[in-house]
Design a protein around this ligand. Structure first.
Ligand code: PNS
Length: 161
């Protein structure tokens, strides 16, 4: 059974994340989407909120589960009995960041392989940061985040929820 880990901050999950998760779920037997808990990084949503939102967003995918981790990704991957990390690539601008992470993770544990899935072109401009900024400034983000989460994300970005 092939288990893939999809790690990230997911603050909040976007349709771009979901696109990559769905593609991974169609390739691997099991996909574990895991939120990095990093006390040094300020997030708009708490870990529990991000877990809940990801669970809602992935509810239609039976082979996807949602989890969180602290510390090194490679240690977590090993602890979950996996060898594969899946990340999404949107544009060339992602490459340098992703290459650095993949090579560092390989140095730390050569048995962990990072694989990349191209996000759909329609999501190539999407990031959690840009969605938060647009929502805060009153722009329409409804087509950029899972429908069931849109009101909640908009309210939080506007400081209302
Ligand atoms: O969604 P993000 O913020 O781009 O995800 C980054 C993430 C969580 C995948 C990355 O920061 C990570 O794996 N952090 C865990 C700490 C770690 O293992 N660092 C060394 C390898 S870069």
């Amino acid at each position: 059974m092939t288990v893939a880990i999809c790690p990230g901050t997911f603050d909040p999950v976007t349709n771009g994340h979901l696109d990559v998760i769905e593609r991974a779920a169609s390739i691997f037997d099991t996909v574990i989407v895991s939120i990095l808990v990093n006390s040094e990084k300020r997030t708009l949503f708490t870990t529990d909120e991000r877990l809940e939102m990801l669970r809602m967003a992935c509810g239609h995918l039976p082979n996807v589960s949602v989890d969180h981790f602290e510390g090194l990704l490679v240690d977590y991957v090993r602890a979950r009995g996996a060898h594969v990390v899946v990340r999404g690539l949107r544009a060339v601008s992602d490459f340098e960041y992703e290459l650095t992470m993949a090579l560092m993770n390989r140095k730390l544990d050569p048995t962990v392989e990072t694989m990349y899935i191209m996000a759909s072109q329609e999501y190539s401009f999407l990031s959690s940061s840009i969605v938060k900024e647009v929502a805060r400034l009153g722009g329409d983000i409804r087509c950029m985040v899972p429908a069931a989460l849109a009101d909640r994300i908009i309210a939080r970005c506007k400081g209302e929820g």
